[in-house]
Design a protein around this ligand. Structure first.
Ligand code: SF4
Length: 476
């Protein structure tokens, strides 16, 4: 069986899903909620097609000559196979530098991700390597590790970002070794699966679970096991660190002394990225989950009587097409600004600025620090909301409360407070899909559905604020 770049990236996202899909002969993306995947795929494909259409195709023979790799062949679908390493893939484009072809990946995002670098290393190996060369890079990587140095650069590749920037990616022995290890883990797991052995790869809750169609099955499995990743702060690497230290369940986590867990972890970890407080927080969340109760991590703070909740809907890397503000000063007042283009957005900013001008209420968002504020831009944010205090409710809950929840998404936290979403839009990705549809059709009903969804998010955030007020003993 040939392994692909997608197998490698999917393994990083969820090893369990990757092996399950590969063994069943389907794409791991088939397990991802269809709206999200089709939007991302269509947009990425369009962007790639626009760039590739102006490039001259490269003959396989020229690539084989330039990389001195006889193991390369191309099948009838244009997919390249390295028959020695048993890896395959379709490289977006090639860059010829001093007689050598280098792989080019086209990425529909604005900055280089760690996974982009691994993809380029994978493609560089596909073009350039055989087992002898790979063993040589492995030896170099080991030497570098022993000497405490960075592995030697042995090649390179390029990434074209959606800003138009072309990024050079150095291929060094460390990264090659990382790719080699990942591929070898996938190979081992596939063999285990075929032999009916127990797999090392088991479900671990991460941010990828919310758009995965296997989520309900995995949740049941994790609940039965009382698994550590039920705690939102424990993802793959922390789960592994704890497992390596002999801690495998939330019950075990609360039965041990914090200092004892810390000592066990420190003994087993090469990288210490936790402290006693981190472990105390895990233990309190474990207690909240087991007892199905909420516990404060710090003394509860006062909840202001009046506030303004802000929520935006935006096209990543594009336009903020809707901003909603719920003003609460005794009553609720919801105002929304729709933008169909940049000039409308500019006019909206001026209107919002004058609307907020004399209102000194705290501004509340849910994940606004990572979503709404960067989407609007810091300068525009300051222009509209001036010096008003900004509270990111997600951050507040994460740091100040231990809730009996596996995810702190607005939808989950609001549901816990008793809020029920209404309307036909199922979430942010769905709203974005509807927006693309609206752009094509200008259908007023679609626009109405998106605006209703935005208003529901504002009310869901308010539900969380008011619930916190009751927990805080009615503080004002
Ligand atoms: S729900 Fe999460 S753990 Fe389960 S397969 Fe999907 S991504 Fe993996």
């Amino acid at each position: 069986m040939y392994l692909t770049k997608t197998d490698m990236i999917e393994y990083l996202r969820c090893p369990y899903r990757c092996i399950k899909a590969k063994s069943e002969g389907i794409q791991a993306s088939d397990y991802i909620e269809s709206t999200v995947i089709s939007i991302l795929f269509e947009r990425g494909q369009q962007f790639e097609d626009d760039i590739v259409k102006d490039m001259t195709p490269v003959e396989l023979e020229n690539i084989r000559k330039s990389t001195r790799n006889k193991n390369l062949r191309t099948d009838e679908y244009g997919i390249m196979h390295n028959d020695c390493l048993h890896i395959s893939g379709k490289i977006d484009a090639f860059k010829l530098v001093q007689g050598i072809y280098y792989p080019v990946e086209i990425k529909n995002h604005k900055s280089l991700l760690d996974t982009d670098e691994l993809e380029i290393v994978f493609y560089w190996l596909l073009l350039n390597s055989n087992k002898i060369r790979l063993n040589h890079y492995y030896t170099l990587a080991l030497e570098a590790l022993k000497n405490g140095t960075k592995g030697a650069d042995v090649g390179c590749g390029y990434a074209i970002l959606n800003t138009g920037e072309i990024k050079l990616v150095q291929v060094n022995c460390d990264k090659i070794e990382q790719v080699r290890r990942l591929l070898s883990k996938i190979e081992t797991a596939l063999k285990q699966y075929q032999n009916g052995d127990t797999l090392d790869e088991q479900p671990v809750r991460t941010s990828h679970c919310h758009s995965c169609t296997l989520a309900d099955d995995c949740k049941r499995y994790l609940e039965e096991k009382g698994a550590l990743s039920l705690i939102p702060d424990i993802g793959f690497s922390r789960n592994k660190q704890l497992n390596d230290a002999g801690i495998n369940s939330i019950k075990q986590l609360i039965s041990l002394k914090t200092e004892h867990i810390y000592d066990k972890l420190v003994k087993n970890c090469t990288r210490v990225n936790f402290n006693l407080d981190t472990i105390k927080n895990w233990q309190l969340t474990a207690k909240a989950i087991i007892n199905e109760s909420a516990y404060p991590r710090v003394p509860p703070e006062e909840i202001p009587l009046n506030y303004a909740i802000v929520d935006t809907e935006y096209d990543p890397g594009g336009l903020v097409f809707l901003t909603g503000i719920l003003l609460h000063n005794g009553n609720n007042q919801v105002k929304q600004w729709w933008a169909q283009n940049t000039s409308q957005h500019q006019r909206n900013i001026k209107e919002m600025q004058s609307y907020m001008q004399f209102l000194k209420y705290p501004i509340v968002t849910y994940s606004g620090l990572s979503a709404d504020k960067p989407a609007l831009g810091n300068k525009i944010w300051d222009k509209i909301f001036g010096n008003n205090l900004h509270v990111d409710l997600y951050q507040y809950i994460k740091h100040c409360w231990a809730l009996p929840l596996y995810s702190l998404s607005l939808k989950d936290v609001a549901a816990y407070t008793g809020f029920t979403y209404e309307g036909q839009c199922s979430g942010g990705a769905d709203a974005l899909a509807l927006y693309y549809e609206w752009r094509e059709t200008k259908d007023e009903n679609i626009k109405k559905t998106i605006m209703e969804y935005n208003a529901q998010d504002l009310l869901a955030t308010q539900s969380v604020i008011e619930w916190l007020r009751t927990l805080n003993g009615g503080h004002k």
